[in-house]
Design a protein around this ligand. Structure first.
Ligand SMILES: *[C@@H]1O[C@H](CO)[C@@H](O)[C@H](O)[C@H]1NC(C)=O
Length: 615
């Protein structure tokens, strides 16, 4: 993920839109506006009716207490002849462009103040957590019966992975209970600035893994801790992205598996605390938020105060479920607006840059990556389509358009025949692939389902090729665990050449891709490769006090980093366990894994809508 936050509250909520336009910028603006108008004209043909998307998300149970009122007209209020709407939007965009260019600076200043007032009104509309949640019938989860695999050799391997989970959990409990993570060598707590003062990251991240492995006592003690101690009213900055994928995701997943109300309540309570992050002129959220004051800002290192694509683009799945579980559309509206902003922007060569300025709503530096800073944005487009029961066609279109551009401009084959995904820096390729990027093998394979028939096999093969490359990055080390990043230049292939890229911090992405490839092809090599990883973890990362990351996977002796990352329990061990389970444990047709491997059920579209769609 992105780097560490700088100290103190810098930058903050200053640049509310361009304060004044210099003459030279007017021409640029005119161009941008006319491009925008044209884009709107085209894009609207592909936009699904927003009322359908939202009504698919909101459940229709009778509220026990009145849900917080929504004073604005619903998203369906605008339904009219689509052609008339296109024409109207087109004309309005042109009008607005002309108006803006003729405005004197004072008037622009007034507009900015008006935008700010709108933000303030929005703030008032946000629900208080004390309002309580509407009653909801809990639907028993599909595919959580934990049957022993028929093949005893497979069952034995799976039992070993459950034992690894127990070792990781027991040591966390012994030495770091209630803190965020365990330091397995020094045997104490490890706190990460990513979570501010929120505590218990490992507990929340481990919940669903404990549940599916049948570790009932551990699940109960985790639940009790959450009831008594999990507190979001912290006066410190948190990473909106990290807290969403780990805490919101972990709580939602625990709710959908167990039906325990405490998890739904805590998830929605936390979701409400994250809403102030969206108080920017464009509605693109800040990266960092003080959950007590509601003040947000961006990482000081991010291009010109930009928000990060992989951060604001990795809220969608969880926020759709927050609306589903709270009966309040505000969460879904926030993430749908992110899409609206993205769809208005011109993408260089069809690619999405990693940086977007939340004040101007314009791209920052033109860096593109399927690894850190970009990665899970693409993953969430595909999964938004799958999670909507394949009704969110806008997400599907955005995913396949993006993947096509990625294939053209980023995916290359080495002279040794290894397919890799490079990084794109303003038109130049850096022939480096991150461990994080290795998740993409699984994504391409999972997406094959939505591709035109002629391309489905192609995407499965692309997934298999990425899996092979990432396996090579593991196999070419001493430890048989992969480095943080590996290169395809200077005469090497799939090998880290820089000292600061040689570490392995118990990351899951390669094993995640093995899991999807196993489920989708049943080629036994994926179980073989997964078992190699288990053996390497046991030989090199396991210590008496838990599991530790390694500083250099090419050395013949372990140099421990002394952190047992919470995602090791949430993701690495869960994906390993699934590789050695039957396919009917958490079937992919029913469950979507968020980017922290937390489980979200597919939201079934109601039958009537499907009929209407097919006519
Ligand atoms: C993995 O590396 C070993 C040498 O360490 C080699 O013998 C083997 O062929 C490699 N496997 C693959 C699949 O490349």
């Amino acid at each position: 993920g992105p780097g560490a936050p700088g100290a103190g509250l810098g930058g903050g909520r200053k640049g509310a839109g361009a304060a004044a336009f210099r003459l030279s910028e007017k021409f640029a603006l005119l161009l941008v506006f006319s491009a925008f108008a044209t884009l709107c004209f085209g894009a609207i043909f592909f936009l699904p009716d927003p009322s359908k998307l939202l009504s698919g998300v909101l459940f229709h149970a009778a509220p026990a207490r009145a849900p917080p009122a929504d004073p604005r007209p619903g998203p369906g209020a605008r339904a009219q002849d689509p052609l008339a709407r296109i024409r109207e939007n087109h004309e309005r965009a042109l009008r607005e462009a002309k108006d803006t260019l003729q405005k004197p600076p004072e008037e622009i200043q007034r507009d900015i103040l008006r935008d700010k007032a709108e933000v303030a009104r929005d703030q008032q509309r946000e629900p208080e957590p004390e309002h309580g949640l509407p009653a909801l019938d809990f639907a028993p989860p599909v595919g959580v019966e934990n049957r022993e695999p028929a093949d005893p050799a497979v069952a034995e391997k799976r039992a070993k992975i459950a034992e690894m989970m127990k070792h990781a959990w027991d040591n966390y409990k012994l030495y770091a209970w209630g803190l965020n993570e365990l330091k397995p060598i020094s045997r104490g707590g490890h706190s990460s600035s990513l979570f501010g003062n929120i505590k218990g990251a490992t507990i929340v991240d481990a919940l669903d893994t404990l549940f599916i492995m049948g570790m009932k006592d551990e699940f109960q003690e985790a639940k009790l801790w959450i009831e008594k101690n999990l507190d979001f009213n912290v006066n410190a900055e948190i990473s909106v992205f990290e807290v969403n994928i780990r805490f919101v995701g972990g709580l939602l997943s625990a709710y959908y598996l167990s039906g325990e109300e405490i998890f739904r309540k805590k998830a929605v309570e936390l979701g409400v605390k994250l809403l102030p992050a969206f108080h920017t002129p464009s509605g693109i959220p800040w990266a960092l938020l003080n959950m007590k004051s509601g003040i947000g800002r961006n990482w000081p290192w991010a291009s010109g105060g930009s928000s990060i694509l992989a951060e604001f683009g990795t809220l969608h799945l969880e926020f759709m479920h927050l609306s589903h579980l709270s009966g309040n559309p505000i969460f879904a509206e926030k993430v749908m607006n992110i899409r609206t902003v993205l769809n208005k922007l011109k993408k260089p060569k069809g690619l999405y840059p990693n940086y977007l300025n939340p004040s101007s709503g314009q791209w920052g530096q033109h860096h593109v990556s399927v690894g850190g800073l970009g990665d899970s944005f693409y993953e969430y487009l595909l999964k938004a389509w799958l999670m909507s029961d394949e009704t969110d066609l806008e997400a599907k279109r955005m995913y396949f358009d993006a993947v096509q551009a990625i294939e053209t401009h980023l995916i290359r084959k080495s002279s040794g025949g290894l397919t890799y995904i490079a990084e794109w820096k303003g038109g130049l390729l850096e022939h480096k692939m991150g461990h994080l990027t290795c998740f993409a093998g699984g994504m391409f394979a999972l997406g094959a389902r939505g591709a035109p028939e002629a391309l489905a096999q192609h995407y499965l093969e692309l997934g298999a090729e990425i899996a092979r490359t990432c396996h090579e990055s593991y196999n070419r080390t001493f430890m048989k665990l992969g480095p943080e990043a590996f290169r395809f230049d200077g005469g090497v292939e799939a090998i880290a050449t820089r000292q600061n890229e040689k570490y392995y911090i118990l990351r899951p992405e390669v094993i995640e891709t093995y899991m999807y490839m196993w489920r989708l092809t049943h080629n036994p090599k994926y179980r073989k490769w997964a078992w190699e990883a288990v053996e390497a973890l046991e030989s090199h990362c396991r210590v008496t006090g838990g599991y530790s990351g390694l500083r250099d996977v090419y050395l013949a002796h372990e140099n421990y980093d002394d952190v047992q990352q919470s995602f090791f329990l949430a993701e690495t061990l869960k994906y390993l366990y699934l590789i050695f389970s039957d396919d009917d444990l958490l079937p992919l047709e029913h469950w979507i894994f968020n980017t922290e491997a937390h489980l979200l059920p597919v939201l079934r579209a109601d039958k009537k809508e499907v009929e209407v769609k097919e006519k």
